[in-house]
Ligand binder design. Structure first.
Ligand code: TXA
Ligand code: MG
Length: 342
């Protein structure tokens, strides 16, 4: 298949991509989090094409993207209206995904067999224009091949999916750089995946406690117990095995220097740079407390390490406050839970 790359996002390009979605084709598009791989969420054949193009496990459900919070009620039950209204007023459009009981015309494949559906209203103008042009909710996982780092630019999308999808819409570099926060509203408020809408922000807006799902920061041995199926799988991983370190500045830097002597590449923070003297590749995610910068750079740094052909990576875990939890979650998973306290 010849993938059309729309470098200029004109009204004509949006109309053409909206028509492709309506025909059951796949279109990659920018969002404020990462690029998504979109298909008509009400068309099962189209949704199946997403799984095929990504090489995604069939039991890992998709997020459905809507033009407005009001539209969500047509396709999902709202168990607690007041809570939904509070969350949608505070965070929609934006990087918050809600898991709700499903209903209505969505393809059952978007839920991968679950009785729930994950929904969100993106804020990126190109995403919003595409949903409007398609006149249907758009199912979209991140637009990467499964298990690769998520794409934060159109170049990343083309790297993984050129020739496998109908079109890519340009939209610049994604502002947040990590995928949306996934919050379940079925029963207690449970954070299934941390993102730019942080636990603290949700608690402040709702006045309620958010339970952080066990799978967010630790390895859940019994994979059947995982609340969010995506957590079961190897994810975000660079080609080279990665070890994630935590501990005092002094100890982590000593461990980095030792790792460099064995030829490993380093993924660290700006403050660590002066202490690294080896000649293996060193990438910084930004200042140690600048979680916004770290989130924005994380996935492109992992892809950069692949491009450099490194064979071993040592990384440093950030703190857990605010967006730090999202960066930490992605790094832990990229390291496949190979964590060492030094
Ligand atoms: O920012 C984002 O959310 C991006 C952009 C494109 O919107 N999309 C994204 O989709 O990250 P994806 O498929 O890469 O991640 C969706 C996550 C997976 O971990 C999946 O298991 C979980 O959401 N999920 C989807 N539906 C679910 C459901 N019904 N119950 C629990 N988890 C669900
Ligand atoms: Mg993904």
């Amino acid at each position: 298949m010849n993938t059309v790359y729309y470098k200029e996002v004109t009204d004509g390009a949006i109309a053409a991509c909206g028509a492709l979605i309506r025909k059951g084709e796949l279109v990659a598009f920018p969002t404020e989090t990462v690029y998504g791989l979109g298909a008509d969420a009400c068309n099962t054949d189209a949704v199946m094409r997403i799984y095929e193009a990504k090489g995604r496990e069939s039991d890992n459900p998709l997020i459905v993207h809507f033009a407005s919070p009001e539209e969500i009620a047509t396709y999902a039950e709202i168990p607690d209206r007041a809570l939904f209204d509070t969350l949608s007023r505070a965070f929609m459009p934006g990087p918050l995904t809600l898991v709700l009981p499903r209903k209505g015309a969505l393809s059952p494949r978007v839920s991968a067999g679950l009785s729930t559906v994950a929904v969100r209203v993106p804020s990126h103008p190109v995403a919003r224009a595409l949903i409007a042009a398609a006149r249907t909710p758009i199912a979209a996982p991140s637009a990467n091949r499964s298990h690769r780092p998520s794409p934060t630019s159109s170049a990343h999308v083309l790297e993984d999916l050129d020739g496998r999808i109908a079109a890519v819409l340009e939209g610049g570099t994604c502002r947040h750089g990590v995928e949306s926060t996934v919050l379940s509203l079925c029963g207690e408020l449970r954070l299934l995946r941390p993102g730019a809408v942080t636990r603290e922000m949700i608690e402040a807006a709702t006045g309620r406690d958010v339970i952080v799902d066990e799978g967010v920061l630790s390895h859940v041995a019994d994979k059947k117990q995982v609340a969010s199926p995506g957590m079961k799988y190897r994810h975000y991983a660079p080609n080279a095995p990665m070890t994630a370190l935590f501990g005092t500045d002094e100890r982590v830097r000593a461990a980095f220097c030792e790792a460099q002597r064995t030829g490993a590449a380093i993924l660290c923070y700006d403050e660590d740079l002066p202490y690294l003297s080896g000649d293996t590749p060193v990438l910084s995610l930004g200042a140690k407390n600048d979680f916004d910068a770290q989130a924005e750079r994380l996935f492109s740094a992992l892809r950069e390490l692949d491009r450099l052909g490194v064979t071993r990576i040592y990384a440093r875990l950030p703190g857990e406050e605010g967006l730090g939890m999202a960066v930490k979650n992605r790094l832990i998973r990229a390291a496949e839970f190979d964590l060492i306290e030094v």
